[in-house]
Structure formats: structure tokens, C-alpha cells
Design a protein around this ligand. Structure first.
Ligand SMILES: *Cc1c(COP(=O)(O)O)cnc(C)c1O
Length: 355
């Protein structure tokens, strides 16, 4: 068995892969693949309807929230959000908590003004900023709820008087938060939900239609809402696999149940990082991510050896992002705690042999 700690695309439930592969060959005994039926058939409409309904149910969304599955990655939303929400004389507030936030800021500047109200830059993004104010006249405030590359996470969602926008690509459906405190949520699917190529978008329609810019048809959220997330051909397979993952999550007991498992996995690994004399966590304790656990070796010269040691134990995907170095173990929803136990055991054994 391979222990898959990849950061994204990343692990999904085995049964989802099984069901998805069957659907590619023969969808519900129709003699046709899920890939060769029209997206406007009742067969695919049922998939889209169920996927949207499961999102609403699992996130306990208010009735007014709209759920869309849109083409592209989270990076597409870096520009589509300001294109829909920000006029060129207006200002949006952004939190700079690392690479993805910075990329979102860069795109927003193409559409309006950006005020970076807080940054973790001075600490090399090892903290989530705490003391900051969001000006009341900001059009919206954008945060990255989990910083995939640095391994930091907003443990408390900030309260603001302006619409809150969240990039939840790497912690969507991983923990219970008040999803309704956000007016717009987006997430690329490939970290905790499904295959790459589709974005989940949850939006409060009341924040739309408040700018003067002409928005290209396919970029305008309102058109997607009007057409029930079927403005054009959706990424049908990606949506189908997301639906299977959401079904799996519901059967598991929903977000609260998976949060318990995620808490246990993260606690186990951070405990070992803190106890083991060879390793150090890179993020300040209170801001540590439960999805992406980043750590280094106190003697960097040992890192290559540890990496090949873990490779022999079928542990994959723990090499840190090139910007941070060291190691990153991603503990997404579908990763079993037994894989974390194998990694922790490997750290113990390596320390015993190399201290
Ligand atoms: C991976 C990731 C992205 C980029 O996603 P793409 O689908 O590759 O565009 C953006 N934000 C966060 C938080 C991510 O983890």
C-alpha cells in the first residue's frame, strides 16, 4: 500500500476511484460511458443536481447561497472574483499569507485597487496575522483559509463588516466553520474534493451586479447561476467525481465527522514533530494547518537520507514545496490515519538509527 501525502492533485477515497472507473466504462448499465453522454440529458442533470445539493447540505448553507461548478482552477478565480466584484476606482482588502494570496492580489490589481491589510511576510509566512483592520469601505476582504505551501491555517475566521471572500482550495470540507459567514467561497477541486479542472464556487448573489464593468458572458457569475451551473458544457467527469467524493463524505458522517479524523491525524504527526529531536515544525503552533504539515530537519544534511528512508516504506509526496524546503505531509480527508502512523513510525525509527 502506498501512503499518499501529495499536496495536490492528491488522495481521494479508493471507493471513489473504483466507482469513477466503472462509470467511465459503463455508466449505470446504460452501455455508455459517463464521458459520452450529453450534459443536458436527465442522466447528467441528476449528477449536477446531486453534487450541488450535497455541497449545500454538507456546508449547511443558507437557502440564498448559490453553488456552482466552474471550469478552471483556483487561479481562474483569482481574476474572476475581482472581475465580478471590484470596479476600477474601488478598493478590495486582501490578506497576504503567502504564495496563493499574493497571486490573488496580483490579479485583483488588474481590475481595481488593492489594500493589503495584513501580511505574514516578515515571519516568512510562519504565522497568520492577528492585528489588522479592514477598512469599512473595502468592496470585500479576501483570505486564503489554508496556506497549502507554508502549512498555516486561519483557525479563527475573521469577522468583518464587508463581504468576506475565501480561497478554501486546500481545506474545503475539512472542518466545521460557519460557511455562511463568507459571501463567496472558491476552491479548486484537486486537493480535497475531486480531479483537477473544476472549481467549486459558493456565492451570496446579493453581492453580485454591483459594478459597472461589462463582464464577458462566461466570466459573469450571474449567468452561471441563471443556467444552473450549465451555462456551457461543464467539466462533466470532474463534477461526477466530486459528487462521488461528497457522497462518501456524507456517508462518513459529514464535515463534523471528518474533522474529528483530521484533528486526530494532525495531532499525531505534530506530536511526533515536537517530540522527535531530529525535526522541527516550521509554523507557529497556534496557526498550524491540519491539512498541510510542514517541517524541517534540524540538520538539513539528513533530509535526503530521510526522504529515501521513507520512500522504502512506500511513503510518497512528503518533499516540501521548493519555496519552503524540508517536508510537507498533506493530510487531506481521504488519507487514513494508518498512513500517518506509518510516517510517524518512520520518523521514530530514523531518529533511533541516526541520533
Ligand atoms: C492549489 C491552490 C491554488 C491553485 O489552484 P489551481 O487549481 O492550480 O489554480 C490556489 N489556492 C490554494 C490555496 C491552493 O492550495
Amino acid at each position: 500500500m502506498v501512503h499518499n501525502f501529495n499536496a495536490g492533485p492528491s488522495i481521494l477515497p479508493k471507493e471513489v476511484f473504483q466507482q469513477a472507473s466503472e462509470a467511465v466504462l459503463n455508466y449505470q448499465n446504460s452501455g455508455l460511458s459517463i464521458l459520452e453522454i450529453g450534459h443536458r440529458t436527465s442522466t447528467f442533470q441528476a449528477v449536477m443536481d446531486e453534487a450541488r445539493a450535497l455541497v449545500k447540505e454538507l456546508m449547511q448553507l443558507n437557502d440564498d447561497r448559490e453553488v456552482l461548478f466552474l471550469h478552471g482552477g483556483a487561479s481562474t478565480q483569482f481574476m474572476q472574483v475581482p472581475m465580478n466584484l471590484l470596479d476600477d476606482k474601488e478598493t478590495a482588502a486582501y490578506a497576504d499569507t503567502g504564495v496563493w494570496g499574493i497571486k490573488a492580489i496580483k490579479e485583483a490589481k488588474l481590475f481595481g485597487k488593492v489594500e493589503v491589510v495584513c501580511t505574514g511576510k516578515e515571519s516568512n509566512y510562519t504565522i497568520i496575522p492577528k492585528d489588522f483592520a479592514v477598512p469599512n469601505d473595502s468592496k470585500y476582504f479576501h483570505i486564503t483559509t489554508n496556506n497549502t505551501i507554508y502549512g498555516s491555517q486561519w483557525q479563527k475566521i475573521p469577522k468583518t463588516s464587508v463581504p468576506l471572500v475565501g480561497d478554501m482550495s486546500s481545506d474545503i470540507f475539512s472542518r466545521v466553520i460557519d460557511f455562511n459567514s463568507f459571501d463567496l467561497i472558491y476552491a479548486g477541486a484537486q486537493k480535497n474534493m475531486g480531479p483537477a479542472g473544476v472549481n467549486l464556487l459558493v456565492v451570496n448573489p446579493a453581492i453580485l451586479g454591483k459594478i459597472k464593468r461589462a463582464i464577458p458572458t462566461i466570466m459573469d457569475y450571474r449567468n452561471h447561476i441563471k443556467e444552473g451551473s450549465m451555462l456551457n458544457t461543464p467539466p462533466v467527469f470532474a463534477v461526477y467525481v466530486c459528487m462521488l467524493t461528497l457522497r462518501w463524505l456524507k456517508a462518513l458522517g459529514g464535515v463534523a465527522a471528518v474533522e474529528k479524523l483530521n484533528d486526530a491525524k494532525a495531532a499525531l504527526l505534530y506530536q511526533e514533530i515536537d517530540d522527535n529531536p531530529l525535526f522541527t515544525g516550521t509554523v507557529t503552533k497556534e496557526d498550524r494547518s491540519k491539512m498541510n504539515v510542514c517541517f524541517v530537519m534540524n540538520n538539513p544534511a539528513q533530509e535526503e537520507a530521510f526522504l529515501s528512508f521513507t520512500k522504502q516504506k512506500n511513503i510518497v509526496g512528503i518533499k516540501g514545496h521548493r519555496l519552503v524546503g524540508g517536508f510537507r505531509a498533506s493530510l487531506y480527508n481521504a488519507l487514513p490515519i494508518s498512513s500517518v502512523e506509518v510516517l510517524v513510525q518512520a520518523m521514530k525509527e530514523f531518529a533511533a538509527q541516526n541520533s
